[in-house]
Design a protein around this ligand. Structure first.
Ligand code: AMP
Ligand code: MN
Ligand code: MN
Ligand code: MN
Length: 283
């Protein structure tokens, strides 16, 4: 076991979380987190607030983001940790990545209207703390608010996913670009929750191989998005591909997330923790 309560994956109102960076810092510290990162989707606009909030509660912090990538016909998430928060390369890359979200949201709303759900664009926008980052999560909250679904998990079973009303395929960043933006900004790239993508063994092998080829160095093993069987699977993948291992709750909201900040099993002790390679970047 690697006994550090590191939580290197969560979201604030800057993307699709419901808490502010300040509220997250306090919650993380109260929950016993010893090293924290805020990893908003396609956005680093909350990083300075998170740095200040973490410092105010005496919580060591690594800069973070979670980049949306298109790979093998699916959306894959690449987390970046420990980069320079003032990097223009990363800032511009993320701005381009999130650029199509508004148009996509309007098309999602058109599809929902076609099945009788009106006003979804405006309704989702009301839930978005950052309109540039309007996401499926905000649509999910609107569908719960209006009583169409009981909770956000039901939303993703009935809507917004491939083959269901409200799913609009989208072209995100390339794997190569996402890794390059992170690495050239001084950070480490991490494959987020690989167990979630539903890839075949061949597709998964391609993802890990290409990721490494482009300079990626780490993979999430212990995450709120994995089952305990997947901790074992991806611990083995980390060894096989000689990747550093990361740990993070993927916390979004006290009302929606099963895994709270810091409330995760330890990283297995035979893995190399990603944070050992990032000690020089801790704020
Ligand atoms: P987007 O970036 O707009 O495609 O939205 C993706 C976000 O939707 C993810 O980061 C999750 O927060 C949320 N999400 C996606 N699939 C699910 C699911 N099956 N259950 C709950 N939340 C989900
Ligand atoms: Mn999310
Ligand atoms: Mn993700
Ligand atoms: Mn996430």
């Amino acid at each position: 076991m690697s006994i550090l309560n590191a939580d290197l994956h969560c979201h604030s109102v800057i993307s699709d979380g419901t808490l502010t960076p300040e509220e997250l810092a306090v919650r993380a510290q109260k929950n016993g987190v010893e090293l924290w990162s805020l990893t908003d989707h396609d956005e680093i606009g909350g990083q300075q607030r998170a740095i200040a909030a973490a410092r105010a509660v005496g919580l060591p912090f690594l800069t973070g983001t979670e980049i949306s990538v298109s790979f093998a016909g699916k959306t894959v998430h690449i987390v970046g940790l420990g980069f320079d928060p003032d990097s223009d390369l990363l800032r511009q890359g993320l701005a381009n990545t999130r650029g199509g979200r508004d148009q996509r949201a309007q098309e999602m709303a058109d599809q929902l209207a076609a099945v009788g759900i009106r006003g979804a664009y405006e309704g989702a926008l009301k839930h978005a703390g950052n309109p540039d980052l309007i996401s499926r999560t905000h649509f999910a909250r609107f569908l719960v608010e209006t009583g169409v679904c009981h909770d956000t998990h039901e939303v993703f079973r009935r809507f917004l996913t491939e083959g269901k009303p409200g799913f609009v395929p989208h072209r995100w960043a390339s794997l190569k670009d996402a890794v390059r933006w992170i690495v050239q900004s001084g950070g480490i790239a991490v494959i987020a929750h690989p167990g979630r993508y539903g890839f075949t063994a061949n597709e998964e092998f391609a993802l890990f191989s290409e990721f490494k080829h482009h300079g990626g160095q780490a993979v999430e093993v212990v995450t709120g998005s994995h089952t305990s069987a997947e901790y074992v699977t991806y611990a083995e993948m980390a060894i096989e591909f000689d990747l550093l291992a990361s740990r993070g709750s993927d916390f979004h909201s006290p009302d929606e997330s099963h895994t709270d900040l810091g409330a995760l099993p330890w990283l297995p002790g035979h893995l190399k923790p990603v944070w050992d390679a990032l000690l020089h970047s801790v704020h």
